[in-house]
Design a protein around this ligand. Structure first.
Ligand code: GDP
Ligand code: MN
Length: 377
């Protein structure tokens, strides 16, 4: 789950990381009022769940409350990378001397979290990572020992941070580490962390990704989810406990088990097709789940054929077949559907589907071939 900048910064602030004074507005009038309270010189920041807002024109300085209102009107009317801007953060403007990158994420290859920093922070950090990776300094953190003081110091030295900031930098690194750990985050990032003209450090931007599998133990964080900002299909999928990821192809895939779902996508590609989604209906999925999955797949107008690949173990094929039939009654799809059912109660499942005008397949390769052909026809 992605958090907005303002949410991430509120969390950072709880862990002692300095952030600018500011508040969120949903209208330009509100933006003006907040800007006035903050003294007029503010930065108006679009709150959308994508990076690169600055480059897209979604971050703008304003010199007065009136200007903040004008800028907010423009930004609230924008779409950034396809996402409409519904909220803006109005922050007191900062006087920046230098922009630093600071982030913690999980390094799977090293099997531990990694703290990364760069003196070349700001909007070009991806470019720096590509062309000058040596400018990004990293230390791995032992999850049991936590971030050690000397590690924060090593990073400070590595990015040539003047000594007068080391203590504050250490506090910020420790705060970020605690925020990362205690929120079960997979990313906690400050870009830019700035050196202010006033000679102190401040987090101007914030980004956090939280591990969905740990959200059950953070009801307060789970509540921060902004459903307006995610694809409707993903919200619907979560409601039914389905793992769904939309892709760009035209063959809808309904599969039980994540591994089998990935295999199915690979085989579809192998036979020249493009999957429209990743979808795992999970073990033991009943009729209601299958119907929901089918509605979700069919809500994508690119889908030209659906491939059902169900390996009955815990999931019973007759249950899945009933789900398909229920969904057919409800959504009445006009596109071809290919079904491969094997395993527990497969025979009963096939019987149920016999009259539903579906294309049946014996093997996965056969099913993929038939789906690709059906999508082209
Ligand atoms: P992003 O583009 O989505 O990462 O948005 P950021 O919040 O990082 O803002 C992009 C850039 O805007 C920053 O790297 C800064 O250069 C600039 N910026 C953000 N806030 C301020 C501010 O208060 N004052 C000034 N002068 N620049 C700012
Ligand atoms: Mn940023």
């Amino acid at each position: 789950m992605k958090l907005h900048e303002y949410q991430s910064k509120q969390i950072f602030s709880k862990y002692g990381i300095p952030i600018p004074k500011g508040r969120v507005a949903a209208t330009a009038t509100e933006a003006r009022r907040i800007a006035k309270e903050l003294g007029g010189r503010v930065v108006v920041k679009s709150q959308v769940l994508v990076g690169g807002r600055g480059k897209a024109g979604g971050i703008r300085l304003a010199k007065s409350a009136k200007e903040a209102e004008e800028v907010a009107t423009q930004i609230l009317g924008m779409e950034i990378k396809g996402l409409p801007v519904r909220k803006v953060l109005i922050d007191q403007a900062a006087n920046i001397e230098q922009e630093i990158y600071l982030g913690i994420t999980n390094d799977r290859a090293a099997r531990r979290p990694v703290l990364m920093a760069s003196a070349a922070g700001g909007v070009e950090i991806e470019e720096v990572a590509r062309t000058n990776p040596e400018k990004i300094i990293k230390v791995h953190i032992d999850p049991l020992l936590g971030l050690r003081d000397y590690q924060a110091r090593d990073i400070a030295i590595g990015i040539d941070l003047p000594k007068e900031y080391w203590k504050q930098f250490g506090d910020i690194c420790r705060g970020l580490w605690r925020a990362y750990m205690e929120c079960d985050a997979t990313l906690a990032e400050i870009n830019p962390l700035v050196i202010l003209k006033e000679k102190s450090l401040m987090a101007l931007d914030g980004k956090m990704l939280l591990d969905d599998n740990a959200l059950f133990r953070h009801p307060d964080l789970a509540e921060m989810r902004d459903v307006d900002e995610e694809a409707a299909a993903e919200t619907e999928a979560r409601k039914y406990g389905l793992s769904f990821i939309k892709l760009d192809g035209n063959i809808g895939c309904m599969v039980n088990g994540a591994g089998l779902a990935m295999t199915t996508m690979d085989i579809v590609k192998l036979f020249g097709g493009e999957p429209a989604n990743f979808l795992d209906i999970g073990g033991g999925a009943g009729a209601d789940k299958v119907a929901a999955a089918m509605r979700i797949i069919l809500s994508d107008k690119n889908v030209k054929a659906i491939l059902f690949n169900v390996f009955g173990g815990i999931t019973r094929c007759d249950e899945v077949a009933k789900g398909i039939l229920a969904a057919l009654k409800e959504v009445k799809p006009t596109i071809p559907m290919v079904v491969r059912l094997v395993g527990t109660n497969a025979e009963e499942g096939r019987k149920l589907l016999a009259d539903a005008h579906m294309i049946t397949a014996e093997t996965l390769a056969d099913a993929a071939k038939k789906s690709v052909a059906a999508a082209k026809a």
